[in-house]
Design a protein around this ligand. Structure first.
Ligand code: SF4
Ligand code: SF4
Length: 478
């Protein structure tokens, strides 16, 4: 007998194993801890193990512990054959991210659509600058055809609200068609907030549209990169509009989505400003996606700094959650939910699987970040998903084919990381994002500890997650 693959961690005065690849979390009692400790030195037959532990535990206790540990594959016999798990062929589509336009009234320096790392030529390329209403209706029909009982439609850009007439028309159309075919449909959008005005806010609130605002924090951080085409910062335009949105749109919680760069890494301050001073319900952070040599790219020390600040906020999240108070740090909440669902991914995200992006012409792509790219096209909304392309993509991007990831305990959640990041960084969507492994493992370990603490100190919070609906793409990353 020997140990299987797991990550061991302590939290709330107890010890746990995070089991790979099942992604189950197993609490150790005294006997199972002793078994794991004994096997940590090397393989043992059961009789040898029982003999080693016989001063503390009866053989029957050791037997029961081994039986349980074997059941979760924390203890294994001989070589473990790894079975390649592919998603089922008829995996339903749950989310379409619809690019209403590829144009933007801001010119954020780091933008993957307009900045130095863009994939699609949105200025002189073949994609129309705005999606027309007929293509948007075809997209709705495509989603309703391919989805299960529930469908999510997320509007995106460029700046989404530059095409608000098609936004309004599409929501009305989609609501009517979903009712006709007996499905539930849910709407969300991402915006830079510069074009919010009273009647749009009313419309979003009345139609229960989830809103995520791309915003980078206090004035000096927002105005570093999130600028208009003439170079003027957007903070003074955005802030009053966001405050109006938060005041009027009460039907769904509004989130902020922050892009972190080497120059704007004061995460605590950004969080306090956006949650406490502006009033967002939740704030999520993502490091900028960029080639390594860009001035705003986050490198090793930046990732360490980011992790330290994330840990501090996660600790605060824990204390709030233990007292059943809302905190609003969405990165930790999202990971806790994934851990609770026992998510073990064969692929890093839903792109090309449960989530697809649709370009302004109606081309279907891996996700919104690839929408309009010929190389990453997977069909059209009129002709449907090209299943051969999809199967080939999923086969080539399986975590089992990423050599470094095969040995990594964080793979159930990471599975190699974002394809777009890999494309930008290495020019190849198949490459794992090895530049941020330490950060991913450090952050996953932190979230596991928070999970363990919650299991000990507020198990009701975790139980409630079973009943809550997960808005998996309410924050689509810009
Ligand atoms: S990219 Fe790195 S952290 Fe992620 S699964 Fe692969 S080896 Fe692990
Ligand atoms: S993680 Fe990357 S590849 Fe996946 S949906 Fe998000 S941007 Fe697209």
């Amino acid at each position: 007998m020997r140990l299987g693959e797991f990550h061991r961690f302590a939290a709330g005065g107890a010890e746990f194993l995070y089991l790979v690849p099942s992604a189950a979390i197993f609490a150790l009692d005294d006997v199972s801890r002793a078994v794991v400790d004994a096997l940590a030195a090397g393989e043992l037959a059961f009789e040898e193990l029982a003999a080693r532990l016989n001063r503390r535990f009866r053989a029957s206790e050791v037997h029961d512990a081994v039986f349980e540990l074997r059941g979760v594959r924390a203890v294994v016999d001989g070589e473990m054959a790894s079975v390649r798990q592919m998603p089922p062929a008829n995996f339903p589509l749950s989310t379409v991210v619809l690019n209403l336009t590829n144009q933007c009234n801001l010119a954020c320096t780091y933008c993957y659509e307009y900045g130095e790392d863009k994939i699609v030529d949105t200025q002189f390329g073949s994609q129309p600058k705005f999606m027309d209403a007929a293509t948007a209706r075809d997209t709705v029909e495509f989603l309703l055809r391919e989805s299960g009982r529930r469908a999510h439609l997320t509007f995106f850009g460029g700046e989404t609200l530059l095409n608000s007439p098609v936004l309004r028309e599409t929501i009305e159309y989609a609501r009517r068609r979903a009712a006709e075919v007996g499905k539930e449909i849910d709407f969300s959008l991402t915006t830079n907030a510069t074009l919010l005005r009273e009647e749009i806010i009313e419309f979003l609130a009345d139609n229960n549209v989830g809103v995520t605002v791309s915003i980078d924090g206090p004035r000096e951080m927002q105005d570093q990169f999130r600028v208009f085409h003439n170079g003027r910062g957007s903070y003074d335009v955005v802030t009053p509009k966001v405050q109006e949105l938060l005041k009027r749109h009460r039907s769904r919680p509004i989130g902020a989505r922050v892009t972190l760069t080497a120059q704007t890494l004061d995460i605590r301050r950004i969080f306090r400003h956006l949650r406490d001073e502006i009033g967002f319900w939740e704030v999520g952070f993502a490091p900028v996606t960029t080639a390594p040599n860009r001035a705003y790219a986050i490198e090793d020390r930046g990732f360490d700094d980011m992790l330290a600040q994330f840990r501090e906020l996660a600790g605060e999240f824990l204390e709030y959650t233990v007292e059943n108070r809302h905190h609003g740090f969405s990165n930790v909440r999202d990971t806790i939910e994934e851990l609770h669902q026992g998510m073990s991914k064969s692929h890093p995200c839903g792109a090309g699987l449960g989530l697809l992006g649709v370009s302004t012409s109606g081309d279907v792509a891996l996700c919104h970040r690839f929408a309009g790219s010929e190389t990453h096209k997977m069909g059209t909304v009129q002709t449907g998903i090209d299943r051969l392309v999809q199967i080939d993509f999923l086969d080539k991007h399986h975590v089992d084919d990423k050599t470094d990831c095969r040995q990594c305990w964080a793979r159930p959640l990471c599975a190699g990381g974002c394809y777009h990041e890999a494309h930008t960084r290495y020019g190849d969507t198949q490459r794992p994002n090895l530049h941020y492994c330490e950060w991913i493992r450090g952050w996953t370990d932190t979230c596991l500890r928070i999970y363990g603490e919650l299991a000990m100190r507020n198990p009701d919070y975790l139980r409630r997650l079973n009943r809550e609906e997960h808005h998996e793409t309410s924050q689509v990353s810009k």
